[in-house]
Ligand binder design. Sequence first.
Ligand SMILES: [Zn+2]
Length: 268
Amino acid sequence: MICIACGTEKEALARSHVIPNFIRKRLTGEARADGSKKYSFKWVDRKDLPKQDLPKPNLMCEKCDNDLGARVENGIAALLMPNCVNVHEEWEKIPIFPHEINDVFAEPLTLGVYDYPLNELWKLEKFALSVAWRALHDLSKNGEAFSSAFLGSARGSDINKTVVRHLFHNDELPNPYYTLQTTYDASIYYWSPSTAALITNKVDEMPFAWTELTEDDEFLGVAVMFAYWVIVWPLFEHDSSQYSTKLKRLNKLCFWDWWGHVRKQLNS
Ligand SMILES: [Zn+2]
């Protein structure tokens, strides 16, 4: 088996988290008197997966898996959420500001974005990219057609290598000015617990899923939802004149089509 990060052939790969384990640890809460947890996870399209654990596909070798944890995930929990996730006032201290996404619904869709000093923002961006990158590889390994074709293409392979160098060796991402055909920004949005409950239709369940977003035979990107967050990674090819149109299509696929699909799955 080949590690998606260092490309080394290994007899066995580590079981990697696509969604880091700290998410589960902080959000599932204390066990109740009967031993059950405050929240359970609700997987979309995968009823076989455990409700109290996050799936761990074989993606990376032991070393790369550990490296990613140390390089990218360290300190992220504290940026994403407060220590006491059950105290509303603690959430108020996290710098989350409303951000409107247009052209999905008749009214703008308001999600939260983080507003930290640049250094912290870069850490968060790197984390979001690392989650989306793992999801892309997991989708490909599961035989999803567009993700596999993308990683097998020259352009996809280049993007993959650039992301690996950024995540594991701290190389800077190419300046967007010179790379109009490619975007490396995976955006992370926060939604309120009430939105999460709206999606699962239950106050004690949180949605977890990732998907490739495609339309008319075009691969537009990858999205990951976990608990109170959603990450959207545009992977479409574009020149400057097409960028905003394609981004609108991607957002609509994510926040209209995919959300609708997830809600339907979880409520059926
Ligand atoms: Zn490796």
